[in-house]
Design a protein around this ligand. Sequence first.
Ligand code: THU
Length: 130
Amino acid sequence: MTDRELINTAREAMKNAYVPYSRLPVGAALECEDGVVVTGCNVENAAFGSSVCAEQTAVCKAVSSGRRRFRRIAIVANSKNYYYPCGNCRQFLNEFAPNIEILSVRGDGRYVSYRLSDLYPKPYISELNL
Ligand code: THU
């Protein structure tokens, strides 16, 4: 899948965002290592802190369908600036794919691409012996 196709998939997913509080729909398209693309959108809650970001939705859908290895993720919002994942989402993505390629997209469709390791160079890493 091309970058543009992945971005368009994220834009489609954005339409399903449940955002009665922020009115800021976000869409994500996560390309897994087996080529399957899993989408996500933000799902807000009356208890604001219980809201879930688009990237997290996509990661949870992928992991719960047995996929833990990811190549790229496109993140789209109707924003003036490139849409970067929040700190929580960077940590969440880091759990499974510290080097994932992130396509950060603006409302007008322009995008930039980064590695998560560049955006989030010092992740929290558990020292628990699980
Ligand atoms: N949001 C995301 O979906 N992804 C991010 O990386 C940051 C923020 C959502 C959460 C909330 O529904 C809305 O954007 C406004 O913060």
